[in-house]
Structures are given as structure tokens and as C-alpha cells.
Design a protein around this ligand. Structure first.
Ligand SMILES: Cc1cc2nc3c(=O)[nH]c(=O)nc-3n(C[C@H](O)[C@H](O)[C@H](O)COP(=O)(O)OP(=O)(O)OC[C@H]3O[C@@H](n4cnc5c(N)ncnc54)[C@H](O)[C@@H]3O)c2cc1C
Length: 379
């Protein structure tokens, strides 16, 4: 079989492009994926005790983009799961983002007074950056802001990024809010939920198309070469398009050095109980070496008595051979990325899409939207 397009990587970026180009574009697609499974980081599977787990970290679908929701709904139904996160503050489970319910949990009898002060100044539903509360020169609101900063944000962020809080950008700090609401949901998007049969089943349906041939366990670098402005497939010049969703520094043999990332180590534990924690994700914001614990049954709604699986996440610097998860975005790293991008631009039929190829954090819906837009242009 000859191909019109090669897609590298079978996460949401690659799978969406493969399906669109095969179906809407009528093109013959070769899809190459290094891992032995589809789905990229959204892959899920049953563990030894029959619990559906997310191997690369908990993935909750949420979006305000109707096109993305409708597109993915062709391949899966979604449950009506609404994600909630609590911070474990010395054993007290406090809703995050910090809201009226959190204020009551932490400040007890003082809560009504604090809530009144906030609602006298701001409309309900506002997310107020804690810096703005400090600037009010009201000692009680400053105390609230300091509490959120120290007990919900600072230690957690230090663990996540591996730097002292003083080195975290002011822009990031400015995003920590107090949410004037009793809405405990972590996301307020119009559409949210979990794929009813899991992400992997959704991907399998996306790839079930006669124009798609996919090879798992295949590192594209073993078959597709980029040299001197020419792309080859299995040693022969390839004049079709290549859509690449892997890491750009790796593609060009780290010529200018490694693009820095944070990686995660996942500690899975199965416990002989119905339920481990009160809600899907609990952030450890004042102690513990891990950042958070996710209990999968709470996310997926899976009914299984007497057993549950949890996952602890440990964040650390990424070195070659680790899974790169979070791009470390600063001026220096973006300049380095720019040099790799210049190399990629020497191949006019090479298109970059995805969180690795673009060295950017994308939620799942954003990456599907990006892939759909790219295909709109290509078809
Ligand atoms: C811990 C964590 C939790 C997250 N939770 C959420 C969430 O709750 N909600 C949400 O919306 N988003 C979440 N995200 C973001 C989500 O994971 C991304 O939006 C999504 O993975 C992006 O898809 P992608 O296709 O760009 O990348 P990926 O899913 O990483 O897919 C890229 C694929 O390319 C393959 N590949 C790379 N190089 C090669 C090569 N040389 N040859 C062959 N194959 C190659 C890789 O093996 C991989 O399978 C989370 C991310 C992380 C890290």
C-alpha cells in the first residue's frame, strides 16, 4: 500500500488527524506509534484487580467547544461525571478552587462574616485573584488570601515545578483565585464527563477506518528520516505530508540540546476497600512528597465492591528516556524550541501538532480543536 500521509503519534492529535484525513480527505494514512497501545497519554486499561486506570495520569474530559464535543461524541458517549478536587490540609478535605464551602470548612464561625465581606464587594460567581484580596487593605481578607496562598498553593506548586515559590512567575501566582460560589466542580465547562467505555475504546473507534493502517510499537525514527530537506519512508523518498506529534528535539537528534520538561512517577496502589477518599482527586498541599492522589473508580463511576485503585503522583525533572509531561515554559526554553522549529520549517510538507511537537500545554479538547483546524486547512 502507498500512503498520502504519515501521521506520527497516536494520542489525540495524531488520532484526530488520521481519522479526519482518512475520512473527510479520502487519503491513505500510515499511523506510527511507538508505544504498544493507542491513546497517547489518555490511554486507559484494566489493572490486575479489574479497575479501569489511566496509566499516564488522570484524564477528565471538559470543554466549551461544541465542535470538539460533537466530534468526539461520534466515537463515544460521555458520562455526566463532574470532577471535584479537594486539598488535604492536615486531614481536612477542602474544596479547590477555594470557594464559600472551603471558607466554611476552614474558618468555621468566622465564615459568614468573610463571605459577606466578599459578596458586598464582588458579584457571586467571580474568581478573585488572591493578590487582589491582599490589595484591599482589609486584614481579614488578607488573612484569607494568605491562607489560600500558603495552604493550598505554595507547597503544591513547589512540589510540582521543583522550584522555591519565590521563583514561580508572578503571572502564575496571579491566577490563584478565591471562587465566590458554592459550586465545588473543578471545571465549569458546558460539556464534561468521562468516555463511557473508556478512552482506549474511543480511540479504537476513531482509528477503525479502511484508509488507516496503523503500526503500534514502531518508533517513527526507524522508518521516517528527515535529512537535507528530504523526507524518506523506509529509505524511499516520500512526497506526501507528514504530521508529527512527538518531541521536536528528539526528532532532530537533540542537535541544540534537550527541551526541558517535568516528568511524573506514578505510584499505583490497590486497596481492599470500597472507597479510599471522599472524591476523585485529593491534592496534598501542605505535606507528603506526592502532589495528589486520584481514585479511578470515583472518576469512571465503575462499580466494583471491596476493591479500589489509587494513584500517587510524584513530579521531578525529566531526563532522556523519561516521559516528558509538562513543558517548562520560559524565555530561554522557548528560544530553544524556536531553533528546532526553524529546522522543522525546512520541510514544507511536515506539520507539527500536539503538546510535544508544539512544546506547549494543551488540554485534550484544545488539542482536538487544533487537529481539526489543521485538517480543515489540509483537506
Ligand atoms: C498528568 C496529566 C494529566 C492530564 N489531565 C488532563 C485532563 O484531565 N483533561 C485534559 O483535557 N487534559 C489533560 N492532560 C493533557 C492531555 O494529556 C493532552 O492534551 C493530550 O495528551 C495531548 O495529546 P497529544 O496527541 O498531543 O499527545 P500524547 O497523548 O502525548 O500523544 C503523543 C504520542 O506520540 C507518540 N510518539 C512520540 N514520538 C514518537 C515517535 N518518534 N514515533 C512514534 N510515536 C511517537 C507517543 O508515544 C504518544 O503516544 C493531562 C496531561 C498530563 C500530563
Amino acid at each position: 500500500m502507498s500512503y498520502d500521509v504519515i501521521v506520527i503519534g497516536c494520542g489525540l492529535a495524531g488520532a484526530t488527524c488520521a481519522r479526519e484525513l482518512a475520512e473527510r480527505g479520502g487519503q491513505r494514512v500510515l499511523l506510527l506509534e511507538r508505544r504498544p497501545h493507542v491513546g497517547g497519554n489518555a490511554y486507559d486499561c484494566e489493572d490486575g484487580s479489574g479497575i479501569l486506570i489511566h496509566k499516564y495520569g488522570p484524564h477528565i474530559f471538559h470543554t466549551n467547544n461544541e465542535r470538539v464535543y460533537r466530534y468526539l461524541s461520534r466515537f463515544t458517549d460521555f458520562s455526566d461525571y463532574m470532577h471535584t478536587v479537594t486539598a488535604n490540609i492536615h486531614g481536612n478535605f477542602v474544596p479547590v478552587p477555594f470557594n464559600f464551602n472551603s471558607i466554611e470548612r476552614v474558618f468555621g464561625d468566622r465564615a459568614p462574616g468573610l463571605i459577606k465581606k466578599l459578596t458586598d464587594k464582588y458579584p457571586e460567581g467571580t474568581k478573585i485573584p488572591i493578590f487582589e484580596l491582599t490589595e484591599q487593605n482589609d486584614p481579614e481578607l488578607s488573612e484569607l488570601a494568605d491562607y489560600v496562598f500558603n495552604n493550598v498553593f505554595a507547597h503544591y506548586t513547589e512540589k510540582q515545578w521543583g522550584v522555591p515559590i519565590t521563583e514561580v512567575s508572578r503571572e502564575t501566582l496571579a491566577r490563584v483565585p478565591v471562587f465566590l460560589s458554592r459550586d465545588d466542580r473543578y471545571f465549569q465547562d458546558t460539556y464534561q464527563g468521562m468516555p463511557k467505555d473508556g478512552y482506549t475504546a474511543m480511540f479504537e473507534r476513531m482509528l477503525d477506518h479502511g484508509n488507516i493502517e496503523f503500526c503500534l510499537g514502531t518508533d517513527a525514527r526507524d522508518r521516517v528520516r528527515f535529512e537535507g530537506g528530504v523526507i524518506t519512508l523506509d529509505g524511499e523518498a516520500f512526497d506526501g505530508r507528514v504530521i508529527f506529534s512527538g518531541a521536536l528535539d528528539e526528532l532532530f537528534d537533540y542537535r541544540y540540546g534537550d527541551l526541558p520538561y517535568r516528568t511524573l512517577d506514578f505510584g499505583f496502589e490497590t486497596h481492599g476497600v470500597d472507597s479510599f477518599q471522599p472524591n476523585g482527586t485529593v491534592n496534598y498541599t501542605v505535606d507528603m512528597p506526592y502532589t495528589r492522589i486520584t481514585e479511578f473508580k470515583k472518576l469512571t463511576g465503575q462499580k466494583k465492591a471491596g476493591v479500589t485503585t489509587i494513584m500517587k503522583e510524584y513530579s521531578r525533572a525529566c531526563t532522556r528516556g523519561d516521559n516528558p509531561y509538562y513543558a517548562i515554559l520560559n524565555k530561554e526554553n522557548l528560544e530553544l524550541y524556536g531553533k528546532y522549529k526553524e529546522l522543522a520549517d525546512r520541510y514544507p510538507s511536515l506539520f507539527l501538532v500536539g503538546r510535544l511537537a508544539e512544546y506547549k500545554y494543551y488540554n485534550m479538547d484544545a488539542i482536538v480543536a487544533r487537529a481539526l483546524e489543521l485538517c480543515d486547512r489540509l483537506i
